[in-house]
Design a protein around this ligand. Structure first.
Ligand code: SAT
Ligand code: MN
Length: 652
């Protein structure tokens, strides 16, 4: 059977005709390659990969298929193509930096349209109390999902090119890494996946005939579109759906081009699908940063830490410690995969290769290392632009030369901070969820072992939250079981969705609430079971709160680089120093055991105060949460932990 293969450049279509033997199916698609770009064709793929790609092509009916090789040339061609199509714009102030502005209807991960499909509902989400809406994930039945797919994917890529992205989460070839194949009709997604993952032909060699996570993504706008896309950003918000089928290790995402909805290696694969794989295989896939910390004596430790959003996770991962002689290095800022090594120690890799960071608030003051990272080879989305061809967002006010003019993400020319909408609302320069997508290798403080294939040994796990009241700067769990309870009981202050409602303290267990790939009750069981691993040398577990406020509403702790003082205490605890005392909620530092040398005066008594009334309420809130959201799926051990805390608080 002979097949026509059209070799064309991205724009021109000079065709060379070539024939070879192939799958019947392949006949219906034009296979394009580009000079100076990948010369791979569908026929070069291993049979199981080829079968997946052709199955999806058959369904989505793209005009052509392109296999990405992950090369620099390919990236440049794609960026050039997007520039010509008006989807991105060069930020001329820097080297190889780009700005994408999305359809304002497609600006964030959409939790309400994110579902997990398993045979039984209880595989995905815990039993909830009667009349309560579950918040620990959304289940979809197989029948419903089939119907959803029928209404979305058939011919959804018509007129577009289908890109095939082979990618590795984690260093290529590491025993801790996993491989995915994403097909997508968005060149923006290809360019971003090249930053966020290890992508290209080498991954296919490593994959061989092995298993891969199947990732299908479409912006959901076959050509010709009924109406032209807004900002040249095709998307289909009315039909957006991000679906996971963990049993099949499969993700199908439709309608959004943004962040975690479309860069499927990130939250979809590395957290939801991977947490399920991890449960099956006996390891952990967590929403955690990983940092290396070295004391002045040269002793190094690694810490993994989980924080809900708006707690400064990326800032902590890249911090410059203020304590003299200390060094903090970054392994990852968002996701950690942790597996026991032969010595029973948990070893972690960062499955990602880039940072997809929130731009607003990032500055030389809050995170100089992030600022240094994003000076080249970075894709910005929904930030403002200066008249110098630079990026700009809220938080950079004190670091920008005067005399510049600004164009907001919504294209308001001559934007200024007092600009209001017709209805009197403040107009922001950058969208609050605007992002930079930048290679991790450019961060000046990357850890020398950040790409090590055996991972880094984890000495401590830290949970945290934004808690204006009652929760001390740091405490250590009594043991592993108590630590798992501390993770389960995590809460953090966040802005309520509705205007003028103010701040609320939300439950966000393990900072994983939107990312659990299976029943949270089973997840807790899995964490508890880590103790049963033969010869397990588990890390100590801590809880930190940089955000406690005084009765006057001022932060009690300076935060940022000064957080190294808390990490120092944690490191000394790991070394077995006798510097803690027992309280009803955990072990807190003994007086004077946190190094406060050269620190502006802080009220340590207030920072470590444990008001009985507050903790009584906290216990009640945790109880209500477990009762409503986890109910009979809560492991007995966690219920026991809560009862024990209640008892200790009663005797406070
Ligand atoms: O868009 S992402 O999912 O990558 C980031 C986030 O919203 O947490
Ligand atoms: Mn995250």
């Amino acid at each position: 059977m002979s097949v026509v293969l059209v070799i064309s450049s991205l724009r021109r279509s000079t065709s060379v005709v070539k024939s070879f033997n192939s799958f019947q199916k392949l006949r219906r698609f034009t296979v394009t390659t580009h000079p100076a770009m990948s010369s791979m064709t569908v026929n070069d793929l291993r049979p199981h990969v080829k079968e997946y790609v052709l199955e999806k092509a058959e369904l989505c009916k793209p005009d052509s298929i392109y296999i990405c090789d992950g090369s620099e040339e390919e990236e440049q061609q794609l960026l050039k193509l997007m520039e010509e199509e008006g989807m991105i714009k060069r930020l001329t102030k820097y080297e190889n930096c780009w700005l994408a502005k999305t359809d304002p209807k497609d600006v964030a991960r959409v939790e309400s349209k994110t579902v997990i499909c398993t045979p039984n509902k209880r595989d995905t989400i815990p039993i909830v109390k009667e009349d309560v809406k579950g918040t620990l994930g959304q289940w979809r039945s197989q029948n419903e999902l089939q119907q959803d797919f029928r209404e979305r994917f058939p011919a959804c890529m018509k007129g577009r090119k289908m890109y095939v992205i082979p990618f590795s989460m984690g260093p290529v070839g590491s025993p801790l890494s996993k491989i995915g194949i994403q097909v997508t009709d968005s060149p923006y997604v290809v360019a971003s996946m090249r930053v966020m993952t290890r992508m290209g032909g080498k991954v296919l060699d490593t994959l061989g005939d092995g298993e891969f996570v199947k990732c299908l993504h479409s912006v959901g706008q076959p050509l010709p579109m009924e109406k032209p896309p807004v900002n040249n950003w095709p998307c289909n918000p009315a039909k957006t759906l991000i679906a996971h089928i963990p049993d099949q290790r499969e993700i199908c995402s439709f309608g959004s081009g943004y962040g975690g909805n479309s860069l499927l290696g990130k939250k979809c694969f590395a957290l939801r699908i991977a947490s399920r794989i991890a449960k099956d295989e006996g390891w952990l896939a967590e929403h955690m940063l990983i940092l290396g910390i070295t004391n002045p004596e040269g002793q190094k430790k690694y810490i993994a830490a989980a924080f809900p959003s708006a707690c400064g996770k990326t800032n902590l991962a890249m911090m410059n410690p203020t304590l003299p002689g200390w060094k903090v290095e970054c392994v990852g800022d968002d996701i950690a995969w942790m597996k026991f090594d032969s010595e029973g120690k948990l070893r972690a890799i960062n499955p990602e290769a880039g940072f997809f960071g929130v731009a607003p608030g990032t500055s030389m003051k809050t995170n100089p290392n992030a600022m240094l990272t994003i000076q080249k080879n970075t894709i910005f989305t929904n930030v403002a632009e200066t008249s110098e061809g630079g990026f700009w967002w809220e938080g950079l006010e004190d670091e920008t030369p005067s005399g510049l003019t600004y164009t907001s993400w919504l294209d308001h020319k001559n934007w200024h901070k007092d600009m209001l909408t017709d209805t009197g609302k403040k107009i922001l320069a950058a969208h609050p969820n605007s992002r930079f997508c930048t290679p991790a290798s450019q961060c000046p403080t990357m850890d020398p072992a950040w790409e090590s294939s055996e991972g880094v040994p984890i000495d401590a796990i830290v949970f945290g939250g934004r808690r204006p009241e009652g929760v001390p700067l740091v405490y250590e769990s009594f043991d592993w079981k108590h630590g798992v309870f501390v993770g389960a009981a995590m809460r953090s202050e966040s802005t309520a969705a509705a205007e003028h409602v103010g701040k609320v303290i939300m439950h966000d267990p393990f900072a994983m609430r939107p990312f659990f790939g299976y029943n949270f009750g089973d997840y807790l069981g899995h964490w508890l079971s880590m103790e049963n691993h033969q010869g397990a040398k588990l890390p100590k577990i801590f809880h930190v709160n940089w955000f406690r406020k005084s009765s006057e509403g001022k932060f009690l702790w300076p935060g940022f680089g000064e957080n190294s003082r808390v990490l120092d205490w944690i490191c000394r605890r790991v070394d077995g120093e006798d510097n803690s005392k027992k309280t009803p909620i955990g072990l807190v530092p003994t007086k004077g055991s946190i190094n406060t040398d050269n620190l502006e005066p802080v009220d340590m008594d207030a920072i470590f105060d444990l008001p009985k009334e507050f903790w009584e309420k906290e216990v009640q809130s945790i109880r209500t949460y477990f009762d409503e959201q986890v109910n009979r799926d809560l492991p007995e051990e966690i219920a026991n932990q809560l009862n024990a805390l209640e008892e200790r608080v009663r005797n406070m």
